[in-house]
Ligand binder design. Sequence first.
Ligand SMILES: N[C@@H](CCC[C@H](N)C(=O)O)C(=O)O
Length: 274
Amino acid sequence: MGGIEFLKGHGTQNDFVLLPDPDGRLDLTEARVAALCDRQRGLGADGVLRIVRSAALGAESGGEWFMDYRNADGSIAEMCGNGVRVFVRHLVDSGLVPERDFVIGTRAGDRPVRMHADGSVTVQMGPATITGTSVTVVAGKPFSGVAVNVGNPHLVSVVDDDVDVLDLRDQPDFDSDVFPDGVNLEFINLLGEGVLKMRVHERGVGETRSCGTGTVAAVAAALHLAGTDTGEATVDIPGGRVVVEVRRGGSTLTGPAEIVARGELDETWWAGLG
Ligand SMILES: N[C@@H](CCC[C@H](N)C(=O)O)C(=O)O
């Protein structure tokens, strides 16, 4: 029996291990995800994207393919914006999907997508809903923020100093009464009309070089603070640049997606992780 097929890819340097599992046969335990994502004892990644048919999971989705997303610590999250783009890139490049416009199932609901000729992908991300305000504390310093739900929870704080100076190595504090399931924390600089710079500390991962849902939350929060709920912005993250459009009842995320490697996991290693 051969090893377990994998691919490695990234979207603005938010990196993922992709596991093709059309019939839903893989036993993807928390321990296996955490080991795969570990940058010393595994392949290293911010998360895992299991590529499974919606029907194999019994998922209610209009899309043939379902993105089963896991964070690097093995936890399950509802949605991953950069992950969807990489997922789409693989489905189209490998010929699993012959169209360029189709729908991906996710735990946050169906996401219509379009792959462009240059390999970039636009994802319809659904509504970005402002749910209130809260505070996060980074290295003893409090930052107030706007809470936004993009299928998963976010708290977006506008920072006066350059976001580059923040120390995001440790988990910033947050209010677990407001975010009982944890939260993704975005820190942004408003650089001018329609231009944002962002860093992010992701739930279940730590600091990453990009977070797609986070960029949508950031633009929605910036618009909210400016007294509107529609607009478009480019967001510069450490791993590159994406474009976000927020409209009433919907939002889109456009950015690059790359597949960088493919191979096989060692069966004995995998079995030993249990
Ligand atoms: N990197 C992702 C978000 C992944 C999930 C997040 N860590 C969570 O727990 O909600 C993105 O690109 O959106």
